[in-house]
Design a protein around this ligand. Structure first.
Ligand SMILES: Cc1cc2nc3c(=O)[nH]c(=O)nc-3n(C[C@H](O)[C@H](O)[C@H](O)COP(=O)(O)OP(=O)(O)OC[C@H]3O[C@@H](n4cnc5c(N)ncnc54)[C@H](O)[C@@H]3O)c2cc1C
Length: 331
């Protein structure tokens, strides 16, 4: 358990959660921001990092990753406690005025807060894994589903599996530090921006397509990747130090069924203050439903301040006033 009692614990570090955390810090609250993945950003960063977004007010166009960078710059400017690579598995009221959040990190470490904002989008993102049985010991040193540190790949023979933006971009970037880089894709054409594919084609990355991976096996401290060439009987094997699997992400919000929270289908029902049926538990972003709800970043950005303002009124009734950010920064 962390000793601190936060004013607000925010579950989910997508656009809704990051901006709500920033706004809550601006209103001088103690905030914990908890995100399953090792990086903040949610869908724009994970699902469409290179695609442009055209409907954020005052920003004519911005890619998913640029939007994430700016949100992170904004929250880092004011700071908040971030728990990355941490999934909230349950929430329980421990007192009239406190909630305990159970996480899957450090032996189910708990976080205590006076209020909660649930901003978990479509649910926790998990990387799509290799679909066949393999020796999971390989995940210790050889198989990766995320790049946490580029140095992990330096001077190594590496393979990247996948054909989307992320796989192509990582192949080009990791090739700058690796000894040798293979990109394994089951089609001849990539699902990536033309510009990224141009970079790939002018790099020394060895493109293996159309191949599917049939098996992976330990080979001393390296690993063998056994591949089948599609529309042929060819079976080929390469030996590498690391395999980065980049097959995209799946998400799941079934977890909410255990939280005693009122749902409509997979969505959380909220009132005009973004309050759920549970005291001091709010919800914002793609996970909520109300009349006229739009699953947009612009809407998620507006819902954060509404929830934070009501949370302040509930937990600090004496602070029942509203301030503009211009005056907040001057104080
Ligand atoms: C291809 C595509 C294009 C889009 N284009 C646009 C567009 O042009 N304009 C626009 O406005 N919107 C667009 N959207 C929609 C937009 O991305 C979403 O409305 C927005 O991401 C919602 O933000 P969120 O923070 O609510 O959820 P998310 O972005 O889904 O973030 C939720 C975060 O919560 C984390 N999480 C989940 N469960 C837990 C847990 N138990 N513990 C800890 N963390 C958890 C997840 O890992 C995730 O990072 C697009 C969506 C897609 C898929």
């Amino acid at each position: 358990m962390t000793d601190k009692i936060y004013d607000i614990a925010i579950i989910g570090g997508g656009p809704a959660g990051i901006f709500a955390a920033y706004y809550a810090r601006l209103r001088k609250l103690d905030v914990a921001l908890i995100e399953t993945l090792p990086n903040l950003g949610g869908q724009p960063n994970t699902l469409y990092s290179q695609k442009k977004i055209y409907d954020i007010a005052a920003i004519p166009s911005i890619t998913g990753s640029e939007l994430t960078e700016q949100l992170i710059e904004q929250i880092n400017f004011i700071g908040c406690d971030k728990f990355l690579g941490t999934s909230v598995s349950n929430i329980n009221q421990v007192d009239d005025d406190k909630w305990e959040l159970t996480t899957d990190n450090d032996n189910n470490k708990t976080i205590i807060a006076k209020s909660i904002i649930i901003a978990l989008g479509n649910g926790a993102f998990e990387p799509r894994k290799l679909t066949f049985d393999y020796d999971h010991e390989l995940e210790t040193n050889n198989i990766r589903y995320f790049v946490n540190d580029i140095e992990d790949f330096r001077n190594q023979d590496i393979a990247i599996a996948g054909g989307g933006d992320s796989a192509v971009d990582w192949a080009v970037d990791l090739n700058k530090v690796s000894n040798r880089t293979f990109l394994i894709h089951r089609r001849n054409k990539y699902r990536a921006m033309e510009n990224s594919v141009d970079h790939l084609n002018s790099s020394s990355v060895e493109q293996l397509n159309p191949y599917i991976i049939k098996d992976v096996k330990p080979n001393v401290d390296k690993m063998d990747i056994i591949m089948k060439k599609l529309k042929s009987d060819d079976i080929d094997t390469i030996t590498v130090d690391k395999l980065l699997v980049n097959y995209g992400f799946v998400s799941d919000s079934k977890i909410l069924k255990e939280w005693n929270i009122d749902l409509e289908g997979p969505f959380i029902k909220v009132n005009e203050h973004m309050e759920t049926n549970l005291p001091n538990v709010f919800a914002i972003g793609d996970i909520v439903t109300y009349s006229s709800k739009l699953q947009l970043i612009a809407t998620a950005f507006a819902e954060g301040p509404i929830a934070v303002t009501k949370a302040i009124r509930n937990i600090y009734p004496e602070r029942d006033f509203f301030e503009h950010s211009t005056s907040l920064f001057e104080n």
